[in-house]
Design a protein around this ligand. Structure first.
Ligand code: GUN
Length: 293
């Protein structure tokens, strides 16, 4: 029987550390980190996420602004908002919530954010820095997963890590972060032989967006299982991409849904925003500061 990884508790500790560091930054420099969040249209999940991000930013004492644009906004108008935020010295972090409505070119919008203000780590320069093993802001969800592994004493070095899902937001950066920590990494997708790949994993990260795709019976006994999925069942309950009850029987540690990876994404976003603010103002925090890798 596995142990649950309490993402809510870990995220609360990360947020408390960010608040302490932000208070020090304010005391030392009169500087308050600022996060601008851009939301386009009425995607219900995006509304929930953006509201939570703004609230969390305020709770640690950041300035935060939500820019909500009409679903029919033009590419030019959206880009002009991003340019304005790039030039605003009070804004240290910019996040454009994805997905965007289909008529907009999300790649162009992501690339328009200044790399040093890209607290999502999605800009091609920052994605490239991750690929090359250079420092820079990292995508929040995989960064949160790395922190959870650390919390349960799971060092990826020499372990077989299997990542299910190859999205730019989670799967690909996740694989690169695990590789940087010296895991042997396999990335699976819809054409993979999932039962066979999953059964070899010491560390399994599932971010496929398919409800209960990974069966407990596939999991190697003793594996650490991280479920990034959030899927709503007909009865309104949230479930992950892993069949939880049967996976719990075999895993050594497993994240629940909800309360596992979800709270970590926002906590790491706050850490990225603090680091962006401190870098942009050339203020060096003490050695104990910071939340990331
Ligand atoms: N949509 C789903 N996850 C994310 C995220 O981490 N950042 C942004 N900007 N959009 C998302």
């Amino acid at each position: 029987m596995g142990q649950l990884i309490d993402g809510k508790a870990v995220a609360a500790r990360v947020r408390a550390q960010v608040k302490t560091d932000a208070d020090r930054l304010r005391a030392a420099r009169g500087l308050t980190p600022g996060l601008a969040v851009v939301r386009v249209g009425e995607d219900p999940a995006s509304k929930v996420y953006v509201t939570a991000k703004k609230k969390a930013a305020e709770e640690v004492g950041f300035h935060s602004w939500e820019h909500h644009l009409d679903a029919r906004v033009s590419q030019e108008a959206l880009l002009s908002l991003v340019h304005r935020l790039n030039e605003d010295p009070a804004v240290h972090g910019i996040l454009v919530q994805l997905p965007l409505p289909g008529h907009l070119d999300a790649d162009a919008v992501v690339a328009a954010v200044l790399p040093e203000k890209d607290v999502d780590g999605f800009h091609p320069v920052n994605a490239g820095n991750l690929l090359l093993g250079r420092p820079g802001p990292r995508a929040c969800t995989p960064l949160g997963v790395m922190r959870l592994l650390e919390e349960v004493g799971c060092d990826p070095a020499g372990k077989r890590a299997v990542v299910v899902g190859r999205s730019n937001i989670v799967g690909k950066p996740m694989a690169l972060m695990l590789l940087q920590k010296h895991a042997t990494v396999t990335v699976c997708h819809s054409r993979s032989d999932l039962p066979s790949e999953v059964s070899r994993a010491d560390i399994l990260v599932v971010a496929a967006g398919v409800r209960e795709l990974v069966k407990g019976a596939w999991i190697r006994p003793g594996a650490v299982v991280i479920d990034v999925g959030v899927n709503r069942k007909e009865d309104g309950k949230l479930v992950g991409d892993v069949e939880f009850a049967s996976a719990l029987e075999r895993a050594s540690f497993i994240t629940p849904v909800p309360g596992g990876v979800g709270p970590m994404t926002i906590a790491m976003l706050l850490g990225n925003t603090l680091e962006a603010a401190s870098r942009q103002t050339r203020h060096v925090l003490g050695p104990e500061a910071g939340v990331g890798s």
